[in-house]
Design a protein around this ligand. Structure first.
Ligand code: AHM
Ligand code: MG
Length: 334
């Protein structure tokens, strides 16, 4: 029988890479994985909503149904607040940070930012959705935990990951030593190491962008799209256009196959749509760790100053050479 490494075993083995670690980060990752399994169970049942009851109504057991994004938010917050390793949770679903024990200076040393169910508008049509998480160490242990502990640059992340609820459910994460992917085996209820040492190809032939907004894109992006569509055998163009509209799924595919994902600024969204803290920083950390590149079209995402919790940023992320090339179009178009 082939040797199966579960996420739990892998995390324990990898703890040896951090000689001073006391196991808190490992426990935190395991708490996230448990909440992910619970969310996965509900996401899988989403198509049965019409039979079991609509969100907001009462199901046949008399329990009230919740919208899945609210359910996911509650599951992750509850796993993170009860674990004891974390002092602050910042969720894309909540306007403010959740400080677990505001007066406790010895409170858990980690801060977690989470997008509990990204792309949740896709659930009704059975398209993959995801969870994105980002973990920081508390900045200042002399003062009670607060917003400054969350507003750290992406370079300060100690770990980041995502869960994709797709044709199979996967958890992909990094602690800054490469990227590993685990597939949920529903028969044993365990995430099993299936994609060790993930690397994003340096070149690719897939571009992912919502072309419906073409008219509103900056000139550099318009010209890059035209470049992707031109015929040229040497560079394997025209490239393939793939856009799911679910960031985790689009970036996961490009991580495996090679490609670029772009969500630029537009006239209507001058800072782009996607959030720096919950979406772009964790995805940038993962992609860089896999050998790829992530910028706002000019500057490395991970070095952007974080001034606001729900700050947005344009993002160009994926295969290194594709991102560099798209940046060149941006510069030339100024
Ligand atoms: P959400 O956080 O409200 O779910 O929005 C984020 C999602 C991303 O998953 C996806 O890449 C993007 O929004 C799609 O936006 P658009 O429909 O504008 O292309
Ligand atoms: Mg989101």
């Amino acid at each position: 029988m082939p040797k199966v490494t579960t996420l739990g075993q892998f995390i324990i083995e990898k703890q040896a890479d951090f000689p001073y670690a006391k196991g808190e980060l490992s426990r935190l990752l395991r708490d996230i994985a448990i909440a992910a399994k619970i969310v996965n169970r509900e996401v899988n049942k989403a198509g049965l909503m019409d039979i079991l009851g609509q969100a907001g109504s009462t199901n046949i057991q008399g329990e009230s149904q919740q919208k899945l994004d609210i359910f996911a938010n509650e599951q992750f917050i509850s796993a993170l607040t009860s674990g004891g390793e974390c002092c602050i949770v910042a969720s894309e679903e909540n306007e403010d940070i959740i400080i677990i024990d505001p007066k406790d200076r010895k409170a858990g040393k980690y801060v977690v930012a989470i997008d509990p169910l990204d792309g949740s508008s896709n659930i009704d049509v059975n398209v993959p959705v995801g969870t994105i998480f980002s973990i920081y160490r508390r900045k200042d242990f002399d003062t009670p935990p607060g917003l400054c502990d969350v507003l750290q640059k992406g370079t300060e992340q100690v770990a980041a990951g995502y869960i994709i609820y797709g044709s199979s459910t996967m958890l992909v994460y990094t602690t800054g030593r490469g990227v590993n992917g685990f597939t949920l085996d529903p028969s044993i209820g365990e995430f099993c190491l299936s994609h060790p040492g993930m690397r994003v190809p340096e070149d690719g032939t897939i571009y992912s962008i919502n072309e419906g907004y073409y008219m509103h894109f900056p000139k550099g992006v318009k010209q890059y799209i035209k470049y992707c569509q031109e015929e040229d055998r040497a560079t394997k163009r025209p490239y393939t256009s793939r856009y799911i509209g679910s960031m985790v799924a689009d970036i996961h595919r490009n991580l495996i196959k090679g490609g670029i994902f772009i969500y630029p600024y537009t006239a209507a969204t001058p800072s782009g749509k996607l959030r720096l803290v919950y979406e772009c920083n964790p995805m940038a950390f993962i992609i860089e760790q896999a050998g790829g590149r992530a910028t706002n079209g000019d500057k490395r995402i991970l070095t952007i100053e974080v001034e606001e919790l729900h700050q947005r940023t344009p993002v160009f992320i994926g295969s290194k050479n594709m991102v560099i090339h798209a940046e060149e179009f941006m510069k030339e178009a100024i």
